[in-house]
Design a protein around this ligand. Structure first.
Ligand code: KG4
Ligand code: ZN
Length: 342
């Protein structure tokens, strides 16, 4: 089965073709990072206009790289949420158009769940049940995927997403955008014990996260040094920040794995490409727990992960109507709710 995935939820226009849910034939990503850089964040209107410009060439390239024709496809999946409304509409509308014109099965894909499914592209034997953690620029979601692959939300951030915190701290330290890779780079030379940053503890059974307190502590620390005309130890601050983030994420993650009695943990999203966090989690994982990370290019937004999840859905006959609309606020049902989500 050849499935095309289309992804335009944020600032990457992506299309890819995956065979049998695991073999990536093409994975084309046109990033807008250089355009949004000067604004230190994504400008929604610019993002959607750029998607319109490049979506067709990106799809053409995905077909060319995969050495197939549009008519060779057996199905198509596109991200329908969460994300920026104007951006989501571009990929979703094009995917529906292709599906309609060729009579192909179409399925709307939850971007966050797709981030976790990136792991199945590399580890086809990864099995359910599992605990998943999506750590990206807009999201920090701790989820439980039961044997039937239904996804339940265990915890989320109460303020900044973890990638957003990386971006904001990078800005305070006058590094580049996006902040994650810049922080990871300078942190290598820093002392992670140098700055004592807050570690907010919620109630024992709570799986929510908070990162804005750490960011604010760094902002005040830097301001104080500036007032005293003392040089800013950017590497030490970056290393201390990264360590605190790794500790906070790991604590909740391992607690959730123990509560749900799972052996497998799958991580996804741009922040999952951070080597320090990967190594910290692997080193501190309780015995018997295996942690899966996608390779760095499959951690950040891409369409192969969308095609992978679309394959699993289409194979089970779980397609979407062509009337499906973009859902910018799409999330996962919580353990106690019955709301539907993909
Ligand atoms: O998943 P993604 O590509 O897009 C969203 O869906 O948000 O994630 C982008 C986020 C940005 O905030 C970026 O700073 C962060 O992922 N990021 C990293 C690293 N690479 C990207 N954060 C920490 N370390 C990295 N190496
Ligand atoms: Zn993403």
């Amino acid at each position: 089965m050849l499935i095309m995935g289309i992804e335009t939820s944020c600032d990457e226009t992506a299309a890819g073709v995956v065979r049998e849910g695991k073999e990536i034939l093409s994975n084309v990503v046109a990033s807008q990072v250089s355009i949004h850089k000067e604004f230190w964040g994504i400008v929604p209107e610019i993002a959607s206009r750029k998607h319109i410009e490049v979506i067709i060439p990106v799809i053409r390239k995905a077909l060319k790289d995969a050495q197939i024709k549009l008519t060779d496809l057996n199905g198509i999946g596109a991200t329908y949420g969460p994300g920026l409304l104007g951006s989501l509409m571009v990929g979703l509308t094009v995917a529906k158009g292709i599906a309609y014109s060729l009579g192909l099965p179409f399925v709307g894909i939850n971007h966050l769940k797709a981030h976790l499914y990136a792991n199945f592209l590399q580890y086809p034997n990864l099995s359910f049940p599992l605990v998943g953690l999506i750590i990206s620029g807009g999201h920090t979601e701790l989820v439980y995927l039961s044997k039937d692959t239904k996804c339940k939300l265990l915890g989320t951030t109460r303020d900044d997403a973890v990638g957003e915190a990386f971006d904001k701290v990078a800005r305070i330290l006058k590094l580049s955008y996006p902040g994650g890779p810049a922080i990871e780079k300078i942190a290598q030379k820093g002392n992670p014990q140098m700055v004592d940053l807050p570690h907010l503890h919620f109630k024992k059974e709570n799986f929510d996260f908070s990162f804005s307190g750490i960011k604010t502590a760094i902002l005040y620390y830097v301001r104080e040094l500036q007032k005293r005309k003392t040089p800013i130890p950017a590497s030490d601050i970056a290393a201390s920040f990264q360590l605190r983030v790794a500790e906070i994420l790991s604590e909740k993650l391992f607690k959730a794995a123990s509560l749900k009695k799972v052996k497998n943990i799958a991580i996804g999203g741009g922040v999952a490409s951070n080597n320090f966090i990967r190594e910290f989690m692997e080193k501190n994982a309780p015995p018997g727990i295996k942690i899966f990370f996608p390779s760095p290019e499959l951690c950040t937004d891409n369409a192969a992960m969308v095609a992978c999840l679309a394959y699993f859905k289409i194979k089970k006959g779980k397609t979407s109507p062509l009337s499906l609309e973009a859902q910018p606020g799409l999330s996962f049902p919580t353990s106690s709710s019955t709301t539907h989500s993909s």
